[in-house]
Design a protein around this ligand. Structure first.
Ligand code: NAG
Ligand code: NAG
Ligand code: NAG
Ligand code: CU
Length: 180
């Protein structure tokens, strides 16, 4: 066999070999996991985990207490800045919106691509008040949350839960990994 042919055979066989190997889930799947843990007036966690193909983020909301207005609906968003040491939710800026849609712009859950990325309740519904002793559980997939680019990422932001009247009520930082 001449040299060129053997190189060709080698290339071909390595291509075949490569294509038969399992494709890794994502270059770095374990780093695209984050949580916000509420430990004050609201207790519970919101977990964020990107799926292996990096096409959506699985969000799990699990709250134990604090949404005490049984007739109220609580909006919640990813806000731009983390909560300062003072704990003042008013200092977390506006909603995370790499797409540039401003706060107050309409968000139709049927057209979520026109919503701010951080407008979780706009895209997925507000959280209802619930009686003491119950747990509020919500799970959904969101394809708009970003992880990598520093200007887009949900890392280092915060989640703010608002009273039914819109005033900021509780906030928690978004940290990498799982809560302890
Ligand atoms: C509960 O929410 C409802 C609906 O937004 C509001 O009218 C009512 O004043 C709230 N109750 C309290 C105690 O804040
Ligand atoms: C945050 O802003 C609201 C009005 O939007 C105000 O009622 C509240 O007192 C402020 N909270 C703090 C800690 O300054
Ligand atoms: C919003 O609702 C909360 C809880 O009922 C209340 O403490 C707060 O004063 C209200 N803020 C405004 C601006 O009405
Ligand atoms: Cu908000």
């Amino acid at each position: 066999m001449n040299m060129l042919l053997s190189i060709l055979v080698l290339l071909l066989s390595s291509t075949l070999l490569t294509s038969s190997l399992p494709v890794p889930d994502s270059p770095n799947p374990s780093t695209h996991i984050a949580y916000a843990q509420f430990t004050g007036v609201v207790t519970g966690t919101i977990n964020f985990r990107e799926d292996g193909s990096q096409t959506f983020t699985n969000v799990i909301v699990q709250l134990y207490s604090g949404l005490t207005n049984l007739t109220g609906q609580y909006a919640y968003h990813i806000h731009q800045y983390p909560v300062p040491n003072s704990g003042d939710c008013n200092l977390t800026g506006g909603h995370l919106s790499p797409s540039g849609y401003p706060d107050g712009a309409p968000c139709d859950p049927n057209i979520p691509n026109l919503c701010q990325e951080g407008d979780l309740s706009g895209k997925h519904g507000k959280l209802p008040g619930f009686p003491s002793g119950q747990i509020l559980y919500r799970q959904y997939q969101d394809p708009y949350l970003k992880w990598v680019n520093p200007t887009d990422t949900i890392f280092g932001r915060s989640v703010v839960i608002h009273y039914p009247n819109g005033t900021r009520y509780a906030c928690a930082n978004i940290y990498a990994g799982y809560p302890e």
